[in-house]
Design a protein around this ligand. Structure first.
Ligand SMILES: *Cc1c(COP(=O)(O)O)cnc(C)c1O
Length: 354
C-alpha cells in the first residue's frame, strides 16, 4: 500500500468527523448563492451566521473553516499574552489543538479536574488566584466543553453552566463554550441552545461533526466580540471567498440533521449495551448520554491498539484506540443500526479469538 492509498472501513466509528455530506446536502451546496465572504458579500454565509447567532442567543456570529479556529480566535480575543485560560484537564484545546492557546494567544493554561469533563463553581474556586499582586498573572477566561469529548460525550446540565458562569463573572472572567457537539447536548437534554449560549460570552458549534457537513464551524458572541473575531479571522488566514458553497451545507444540516442526532444517541447506547455483554470488554452503559462510547479492553488480552488493528484488518470496522486499554466509538449520520450490529459482531469475534 502506498501512502496515498486509503482503506475505506465498512463501518467507521472512528469519529463523527468521518460523516460525509448526504445527497440532499450536496444538492444544496451546488445550488448555493455565493459572493465574496471576506467582504461579507456572500448571502448564504450571512444567512448561516444570522441563523446560528439566533440559535445560540447571541447578537452576531462568524463562519470559520474549523472548530479549532473557533476556539483559537475566541482565546485570542479574550486573552492577552501571559494571561490565563482555565480549562478542565481533558479539554480538547489542551490536547488536540497543537498548542494553539500558547502559540496564538500567548495564553497560560491552568487546569482543574472535573468529573467526566464537567466541573462546579467550587472546583473553579480552587484555581482562582486570590494573592496575585504584581507577580501573579491575570486570569482571563474559563473554557467549558459541551459535550465533553474526553468526558465521554457528557452533557453539561444548564444549572451547572449557570453556576460556573456566575462564579466566573464574580472573578471578572469571561466564559467560552467549546460547543463542537453542543447540538448533541441540546437534543439529549432538551435544553435550548440559546439557554446555554446566553450564559456564555462566546460559544460555537461545529458543522463537520454530528451535523455531517464537510467543513466549518460558526462562532457567536456579542457584536463587539464578533468584530474583534473578524480581525483574527483575517490574521489567521480564515477569511474565505465563495464560501456560501460550504455555508449552504450548514443551513441544510440545521434544517435536516439536528433532530436526527437522537438516533446517533440511541445507537451509541445500543452499542454500549452490546459491548457490555462481550467478555473482555467493559463499558459504563449508564454514562452514555450522547454519541460517544468509551470502553476498555481488560488486561491479559489484546491491548486497545491491537484490537483496533484486528477490527480493521479482519472486519473493516474502524474503532480508535485512545489509550493502552481504552477505545472510543463515535456514532454519526452514516451509521445505522445494521452498522452497529456489524461492529458488535466484529468486536465479539475479535475478542473470542484474542
Ligand atoms: C473536534 C473538536 C474541536 C475542533 O473542531 P475541528 O472542526 O475538528 O477543528 C474542538 N473541540 C472539541 C470538543 C472537538 O471535539
Amino acid at each position: 500500500m502506498t501512502a496515498n492509498e486509503i482503506v475505506v472501513p465498512a463501518v467507521d466509528l472512528y469519529s463523527d468527523t468521518v460523516s460525509r455530506p448526504t445527497d440532499g446536502m450536496r444538492r444544496a451546496m451546488a445550488e448555493a448563492e455565493v459572493g465574496n465572504e471576506q467582504a461579507m458579500e456572500d448571502p448564504t454565509v450571512n444567512r448561516l451566521c444570522d441563523r446560528v447567532a439566533e440559535l445560540l442567543g447571541k447578537e452576531a456570529a462568524v463562519f470559520l473553516p474549523s472548530g479549532t479556529m473557533c476556539n483559537e480566535i475566541a482565546y485570542r480575543v479574550w486573552v492577552d499574552r501571559g494571561e490565563e485560560i482555565i480549562l478542565e484537564e481533558t479539554a480538547h484545546a489542551l490536547h488536540f489543538e497543537a498548542g494553539g492557546p500558547a502559540a496564538l494567544a500567548g495564553a497560560m493554561c491552568r487546569t482543574l479536574k472535573g468529573e467526566r469533563g464537567i466541573f462546579s463553581a467550587a472546583d473553579l474556586e480552587t484555581v482562582i488566584r486570590t494573592r496575585g499582586g504584581k507577580h501573579g498573572q491575570r486570569q482571563a477566561l474559563v473554557n467549558l466543553e459541551n459535550t465533553a469529548n474526553l468526558g465521554g460525550g457528557a452533557v453539561w446540565p444548564l444549572a451547572a453552566v449557570a453556576e460556573v458562569a456566575e462564579c466566573a463573572r464574580s472573578h471578572n472572567l469571561k466564559v467560552h463554550m467549546d460547543g463542537a457537539r453542543l447540538l448533541n447536548a441540546v437534543v439529549a437534554s432538551g435544553t435550548l441552545a440559546s439557554a446555554y449560549g446566553q450564559l456564555c460570552d462566546s460559544v460555537w458549534i461545529d458543522l463537520s461533526k454530528g451535523l455531517g457537513c464537510p467543513v466549518g464551524g460558526v462562532l457567536a458572541g456579542s457584536a463587539e466580540f464578533i468584530d474583534r473575531a473578524w480581525l483574527f479571522k483575517h490574521q489567521f488566514g480564515g477569511a474565505m471567498r465563495q464560501a456560501g458553497i460550504l455555508a449552504a451545507a450548514g443551513l441544510y444540516a440545521l434544517d435536516h440533521h439536528v433532530q436526527r442526532l437522537s438516533e446517533d444517541h440511541a445507537n451509541a447506547r445500543y452499542l454500549a449495551e452490546g459491548i457490555a455483554a462481550i467478555g473482555g470488554l467493559s463499558v459504563a452503559v449508564d454514562e452514555i448520554e450522547t454519541n460517544m462510547v468509551y470502553f476498555d479492553v481488560e488486561t491479559g488480552r489484546l491491548d486497545a491498539a491491537g484490537l483496533s488493528a484486528r477490527l480493521m484488518q479482519d472486519h473493516k470496522v474502524r474503532i480508535g484506540a485512545m489509550g493502552p486499554r481504552r477505545m472510543r466509538a463515535v456514532t454519526h449520520i452514516d451509521i445505522d443500526r445494521s452498522g452497529i450490529e456489524a461492529a458488535l459482531g466484529a468486536l465479539k469475534s475479535a475478542m473470542e479469538t484474542a
